[in-house]
Design a protein around this ligand. Structure first.
Ligand code: UGA
Length: 439
């Protein structure tokens, strides 16, 4: 066995980024992906989703012989003989809000079948419910007599900046038995320059800490959105209010931008999981529940106004600029664009959509919304529309000046769901401009 070899099970955002970044740090890495079609493209160095600089890094790793892809754990283990197995499989949300651990359990089962004389570390990167690490450690203890150690290593990377978040993490968290945690900690030494903290703790705290971080960030977004609603109603300017909050060092500057609510595969799922766990343990969860329902409403912030201003939906075309849940990703999971498109479609409006990267994913999701117009660029999307909603703050939309709007958009209303357009200039140019939390 060789401690510079590791395998990663699951080539989703977390697994593929972790595997590729470990390979670029010099480790010999095997990434296991059981979807045959996905595996074929991974072997070619093609990333199955859009994530800046990941494909380039994958190709470098493959060419350097440091990164290889496998269809199953068994073949990866036979070839690499690793000490570390990173589990980065999905934990999808079950109908009751709990996380489904089927894939994690399958990955552990395969690791338990490895015959080895040395210690083996099963590192849980997947976001798992509190108590999972402890439970898996008990199973491992019973089946391997102390040869396999389970360590929680929650991931904090963001889509869109995943590679730099992994290579230069703000902190690394490891939870489990102290000796096992120390063994895994060695892998991260080169990532934690400039005294970045490595937090060693027990598995329960590591698991709960990950959920708490997402809940805390989501709560900040919901709170600023709550303030934005009152700001809209009272004639305030949320951009100024955000500055007032952000310049208070006790509050801090990040995750305080008002908008159409948070989306993605993490915040919404983790909050539901948190609520579920509170239920299981008899803990009151009204704060987390409010964030969950408030955020769903926030996605539809402009809908009442649109229905008031455009009471004849059949004669009204609305265009959506941006479909991804945030810029620099093609991920549309829980994106406000889905709720908005569905709402407008059900209300009878004609809807045109455009996104620089997420058209394919959106089309696949929107099969039930017949006759949507899919546009190949922003100009096309703005043409013939009476109103436009900016949903995702892609750079190319932020650059749309009042002059550009004048030449491309013959409609009247511009709804800025991310407060990134030059509102005053657009108003001067004769448009009705409405942002979030701006009078
Ligand atoms: C989030 C966390 O930020 C990561 O630390 C974590 O690792 C990840 O979830 C996860 O659990 O895997 P991510 O979902 O990729 O990362 O995206 P964020 O950049 O955090 O944005 C989430 C949502 O919040 C987006 O819809 C974004 O538009 C929204 N947001 C963010 C706001 O509405 N306002 C803000 O000020 C910041």
């Amino acid at each position: 066995m060789d401690s510079d070899r590791l395998i990663v099970v699951g080539a989703g955002y977390v697994g593929l980024v972790a595997g590729t970044c470990f390979a670029s740090a010099g480790y010999k890495v095997g990434v296991v992906e059981n979807n045959a079609q996905k595996l074929l493209s991974l072997k070619e160095g093609i990333c199955p989703f859009y994530e800046p600089s990941l494909s380039e890094l994958m190709k470098e790793g493959i060419n350097a012989g440091k990164l290889k892809f496998y269809a199953d754990q068994k073949s990866a283990i036979q070839e690499l003989n690793p000490n570390f197995i990173f589990c980065a499989v999905g934990t999808p949300e079950s109908p009751d809000g709990s996380a489904n651990l089927k894939y994690v359990e399958e990955a552990l089962k395969e690791s338990l079948s490895i015959e080895t004389k040395e210690d083996l570390y099963f590192v849980l990167k997947s976001t798992v419910p509190v108590g999972t690490g402890k439970k898996l450690q008990e199973i491992a203890q019973e089946k391997t007599n102390g040869k396999l150690w389970v360590v929680n290593n929650p991931e904090f990377l963001r889509e869109g900046t995943a590679v730099s978040d992994f290579i230069r993490p703000e902190r690394v968290v490891l939870g489990g038995a102290p000796e096992a945690v120390n063994a895994v900690a060695k892998l991260y030494e080169s990532f934690l320059l400039n005294n970045r903290p490595l937090i060693k703790t027990d598995s329960t705290s590591a698991e709960l800490g990950k959920l708490a971080a997402n809940l805390m960030l989501a709560s900040r977004i919901s709170l600023v959105n709550q303030v934005a609603r009152l700001s809209s109603a009272t004639g305030g300017n949320i951009r100024a209010i955000e500055r007032i909050l952000q310049t208070d060092s006790r509050i801090g500057s990040k995750y305080l931008y008002a908008g159409l609510g948070f989306g993605g595969s993490c915040f919404p799922k983790d909050i539901k999981n948190f609520i579920h766990l509170c239920g299981v343990h008899g803990v009151e969860s009204s704060i987390a529940q409010s964030i969950d329902t408030f955020n769903d409403e926030q996605k539809l912030f402009f809908m009442k106004d649109i229905q008031k201003e455009f009471p004849n939906p059949k004669e009204t075309t609305i265009s959506l600029l941006g479909l991804a849940f945030k810029p620099d990703t093609d991920d549309i999971r829980e994106s406000p664009a889905l709720s908005i498109a569905e709402y407008l479609y059900n209300a009878g409006y004609k809807v045109k959509v455009y996104d620089p990267k997420a058209m394919g994913n959106f089309k696949a999701w929107a099969k039930h919304l017949k006759d949507l117009s899919y546009c190949s660029n922003a100009s096309d999307c703005l043409k013939d529309a009476k109103a436009v909603i900016l949903v995702t703050e892609w750079q190319e939309f932020q650059r749309l000046s009042a002059d550009k709007f004048k030449s491309l958009f013959k409609g009247s209303h511009i709804y800025d769901g991310k407060n990134v357009l030059a509102g005053e200039e657009l108003k001067k140019a004769g448009f009705t401009y409405k942002g979030i939390g701006q009078s």
